[in-house]
Design a protein around this ligand. Structure first.
Ligand code: HSE
Length: 310
């Protein structure tokens, strides 16, 4: 008898400064927990959603977790299987930390485990992207893939979801700061120019390629030299109060780099050890508090596990 199960999908930092829509990494701590149990009537039902003040839809078709799971059930020919789902959000919503992606990942991963399907995590990416897509209308896997698979993920092509996990140096820590202000991913995407200057393209390509080489060589100095976003950050920084003050704090306290997490408003610093990450976090927190901006600071290694079943 299948008595149900509980899974967790972690938050993630998309773009990683130089890889808009094609790079992202998972972090420890925040994320979404989903419980699935045998239902009483045919099909998937979302029984409850906890942990968020924002009213998220209980309708399966409108919910990122529900929609992703439903797509999987249809794919497996199991759409009438009675399943009840509970969603427990253990991370801020609309924060730039991949909240919709974590929901979609946890939803599809939980139902896949429940159905004891033979599909592996890699096969689930496309269902999770379909779930996340109903939240921001766009098709990109730079939150979903790291949340599901763990680690630092590079996506060669979002359309075909051709992606690869990159090595993560052992001592690499992220300091992630979520200032409690509202930035909608849709707006943060819509504000971007669709033109890129050729010189900026050359510089950004150099940084992105060098970052990949740096990760393979586990070389912090190379990471430091490559973490500069010349294209997206300058356009979005205006959405985040005191962005450049926070960046100054991070870089003057020896962070390897600092940029916007996904579509914002969260920001992140990559650091070569936990002490630097903690120091950066404390100082940015003090700055934001002095400006009366509530915030959360998360210090984390790169999460290499991704979604897991308890
Ligand atoms: N790559 C996406 C963006 C992540 O920056 O808009 C947010 O969903």
């Amino acid at each position: 008898m299948n008595s149900g199960l509980k899974v967790f999908a972690p938050a993630s930092v998309a773009n990683m400064a130089v890889g808009y829509d094609i790079l992202g990494f998972a972090i420890d701590g925040p994320g979404d927990e989903i419980i699935v149990r045998p239902g009483k009537s045919p099909g998937l039902v979302i029984k409850q959603i906890t942990g968020t003040k924002k009213k998220l839809p209980l309708e399966v078709e409108k919910n990122t977790a529900g929609f992703a799971a439903l797509k999987l059930m249809k794919h497996l020919g199991e759409e009438t299987m009675p399943i009840e789902m509970e969603i427990h959000k253990k991370m801020p919503f609309g924060s730039g930390l991949g909240s919709s992606a974590a929901s979609a990942v946890a939803g599809v991963f939980a139902v896949n485990e429940f159905l004891k399907s033979s599909l592996g995590k890699r096969d689930l990416v496309k269902f999770a992207v379909q779930g996340e897509q109903i939240a921001d209308g766009a098709w990109h896997a730079d939150n979903v893939a790291p949340s599901l698979l763990g680690g630092i993920i590079l996506i060669r092509d979002n359309e075909s979801l051709d992606l690869v996990k990159l090595p993560a140096p052992d001592g690499l820590f992220a300091c992630v700061v979520y200032p409690h202000i509202s930035v909608l991913t849709k707006d943060s995407r819509a504000m971007l120019s669709d033109k890129v200057d050729l010189k900026q393209h050359i510089a950004q390509s150099g940084n992105l390629a060098y970052l990949v080489a740096a990760l393979y060589r586990l070389d912090f100095d190379m990471i430091r030299r490559s973490l500069t976003d010349l294209i997206i950050e300058p356009q979005r920084a205006t959405l985040i109060p005191h962005f450049y003050d926070m960046k100054d704090i991070a870089l003057s306290n020896n962070a390897l780099g600092f940029s916007i997490s996904g579509a914002g408003p969260s920001v992140f610093a990559l650091c070569e050890n936990s002490l630097i990450a903690e120091t950066v976090g404390e100082k940015i927190k003090a700055l934001l508090q002095s400006k009366s901006i509530e915030n959360d600071v998360f210090i984390s290694k790169i999460n290499t596990t991704g979604a897991f079943k308890f």
